[in-house]
Write a protein that binds this ligand. Structure first.
Ligand code: NAD
Length: 472
C-alpha cells in the first residue's frame, strides 16, 4: 500500500519525527484507501519554528504583495478542481457531481481577495494613528465535513492579514489537506509562511493549543473539542476563535409557502448527508399544519436517491465514518425511544445497500424540544419537526438551545419575517432560504462559538490593533 507523504513544513514535504499512522477509509465501501503518517509534539515544534522564522519578513509584506499571492493560490485551486472533487468523493463520500460543481471554496477565496483589495489597515483618529497588524503565528484546526473549504476559510484570511501559520487538518480528511498544501506550494507561498502537520486532535491539536510559539488558535469543529482547545490555550493567553456546533431552528410562519418551505427545509438537512453545522435541523411548524408538513417532508425525503457517489443521480452519499454512522444510529434510536413520530427513515442502512456508512434519510415529527433529537447536534440526515401554538412560542422554542449558529424563518410577509428574525439568537438568520453571502460575517452565539469568519470580520480575527498616540 502506498503511504502518502505527510507534513508540509518550511516549504517542503518532511517525514514526521513522532510518527503515527492514520487510516483513510472510503466511507462508501468501508475499504482502506491509504495510510497517512500523522505526527506529534516534536513535529508541531518544528512547524512552529518555521512559521516564527518566516513571520518577521512576511508580516511586512504589503497588501498588493499578498493579493498577488492569493490570486496565484486561486488560479492553482482552479487548476486542481477535478482532483479536489475526486478526493471529496473518496475521502468523505460526497456525491461526485455535487463535489465537482461545489463553488464554496472558490467563492471564499474570491471574497477574501475582494476584502483585501479594499481593507484599510490604518486610520487616523485625531492625533492618534490606529494600525492593524498581523497577530503573529496562528494555529488552525479544521473539521472534515467541507474539509478544503474550512481550510480556506482560515488560511486565506490569515495569509491576507500577513500571519504565518500551522494547519492541523482533520485526521478524517487528510488527503484534502495534502492537495491544498500542494496548491499552496505551487502558488509560490514562501517557505515557512504556511505549514501543515497531520495527526490526531488530542495529540497534534493539543500540542498546538498549548504551544507558547503560537499567538492565536482558530478552530472549527465540535463544541467538545473547542472547550478543550480553549482550556489549553488559556495558559498562554492566546486569542481563540471558535466555530462550533449548531442545532438550528427553522420557523415556518403560517403565511409561508409550505410546499416550498418544507421541501427546501428537508433538502437543507439532508445536504452533505446532514453533516453541515448550520443545517436547519429543527423545523418549527404551526400545530394545525403539522399533518400537512409531515406529508410533504415524507415525500421529499423518500424521493432522495441515496447510494453510489459516482452515479450522477445520487443526492445523498454515506456519512463520513463508522463512528459517525454509529452516532447517528444512536440518535435515531433515541428519537424512537423518546416517543417522537417516525415519519420516514429509521435505523439501519437503506435496504438496497449492504455496505458503506449510508444512513436512511430520517424525519421525526411531533418532537418536543426537551427530547435528545431536538437538543443535541446529530450531524446526520435527520430532521426533527416540532409543532408550535403561536409565534411567541415558536421564538421561545427556537432560542431554547445551547447553540446559536444559524436560524431560519419562512414567511411571505417580509416585515413579519424581519421582526421574528430580529428576536432569534443566532449569528446568521436566513430569511426565506437566501443564497450564502461570503462577505457577511459567519459565526455563532452561545455555545456555537465566538469570533466570526468571512468578510472583513474574518480578516480582523487575525489582526492586532495598535494605537500610536501623539502620531500627528
Ligand atoms: P471534532 O471537534 O471532532 O474535530 C475537529 C478538529 O478538531 C479535528 O481536526 C480534530 O482532530 C481536532 N480536535 C479534536 N480534539 C481536539 C483536542 N482535544 N485538541 C485540539 N484539537 C482537537 O469535529 P468534527 O467531527 O471534525 O466536525 C464536526 C463538528 O464540527 C460538528 O460539531 C460541526 O457542527 C462542527 N462544525 C462547525 C462549523 C462552524 O463553522 N461553526 C463548520 C463545520 C463543522
Amino acid at each position: 500500500m502506498q503511504h502518502v507523504r505527510q507534513h508540509y513544513i518550511d516549504g517542503d514535504w518532511v517525514d514526521p519525527l513522532d510518527p503515527t499512522l492514520l487510516d483513510v477509509i472510503d466511507p462508501s465501501s468501508e475499504q482502506l484507501i491509504t495510510r497517512i503518517a500523522g505526527g506529534g509534539p516534536r513535529d508541531v515544534d518544528r512547524a512552529v519554528a518555521a512559521a516564527r522564522k518566516a513571520f518577521p519578513l512576511f508580516s511586512t509584506t504589503t497588501p498588493p504583495q499578498r493579493l498577488e499571492l492569493l490570486r496565484a493560490v486561486l488560479s492553482e485551486y482552479e487548476r486542481r478542481r477535478e482532483d479536489i472533487a475526486e478526493v471529496l468523493s473518496t475521502e468523505i463520500g460526497a456525491p461526485f457531481q455535487i463535489a465537482r460543481k461545489w463553488q464554496l471554496a472558490l467563492a471564499e477565496l474570491r471574497s477574501v481577495i475582494e476584502v483585501l483589495e479594499h481593507y484599510q489597515f490604518e486610520e487616523l483618529q485625531g492625533s492618534t494613528k490606529i494600525v492593524r497588524e498581523p497577530i503573529g503565528v496562528v494555529g488552525l484546526i479544521t473539521p472534515w465535513n467541507w474539509p478544503i473549504g474550512q481550510i480556506i476559510m482560515k488560511v486565506a484570511p490569515a495569509l491576507a492579514a500577513g500571519c504565518t501559520m500551522v494547519l492541523k487538518p482533520s485526521e478524517v480528511a487528510p488527503l484534502n489537506a495534502i492537495i491544498w498544501s500542494e496548491i499552496m506550494h505551487s502558488a509560490g507561498v514562501p517557505a515557512g509562511v504556511y505549514n501543515m502537520v497531520q495527526g490526531e486532535g488530542a495529540v497534534v491539536g493539543e500540542a498546538m493549543s498549548a504551544h507558547p510559539g503560537i499567538d492565536m488558535m482558530s478552530f472549527t469543529g465540535s463544541t467538545r473539542a473547542g472547550i478543550l482547545i480553549a482550556q489549553s490555550a488559556a495558559k498562554t493567553v492566546k486569542r481563540v476563535a471558535q466555530e462550533l456546533g449548531g442545532k438550528s431552528a427553522n420557523i415556518l410562519l403560517p403565511d409561508a409557502d409550505f410546499e416550498s418551505a418544507v421541501t427546501k427545509g428537508v433538502l437543507g438537512v439532508m445536504r452533505n448527508s446532514g453533516q453541515a453545522c448550520s443545517a436547519p435541523t429543527r423545523m418549527l411548524v404551526p400545530a394545525e399544519r403539522h399533518e400537512e408538513v409531515k406529508r410533504i417532508a415524507k415525500s421529499v425525503a423518500e424521493g432522495l436517491i441515496v447510494g453510489d457517489v459516482r452515479d450522477p443521480k445520487t443526492n445523498v452519499g454515506p456519512v463520513v465514518s463508522k463512528s459517525q454512522f454509529d452516532n447517528v444510529q444512536r440518535f435515531i434510536r433515541a428519537g424512537i425511544d423518546e416517543g417522537a413520530d417516525l415519519v420516514t427513515g429509521g435505523p439501519g442502512r437503506p435496504e438496497h445497500l449492504n455496505r458503506g456508512y449510508f444512513v436512511r434519510p430520517t424525519v421525526f415529527a411531533n418532537v418536543h424540544n426537551d427530547m435528545i433529537i431536538a437538543r443535541e447536534e446529530i450531524f446526520g440526515p435527520v430532521l426533527s419537526i416540532l409543532p408550535y401554538r403561536n409565534e411567541e412560542e415558536a421564538i421561545d422554542l427556537a432560542n431554547d438551545t445551547i447553540f446559536g449558529l444559524a436560524a431560519y424563518v419562512q414567511s411571505s410577509d417580509l416585515a413579519r419575517a424581519r421582526s421574528v428574525a430580529a428576536r432569534m439568537r443566532a449569528g446568521t438568520v436566513h430569511i426565506n432560504y437566501t443564497a450564502p453571502d461570503r462577505a457577511a460575517p459567519f459565526g455563532g452565539y452561545k455555545q456555537s462559538g465566538n469570533g466570526r469568519e468571512n468578510g472583513k470580520w474574518g480578516l480582523e480575527e487575525y489582526l492586532e490593533v495598535k494605537a500610536l498616540l501623539g502620531y500627528d
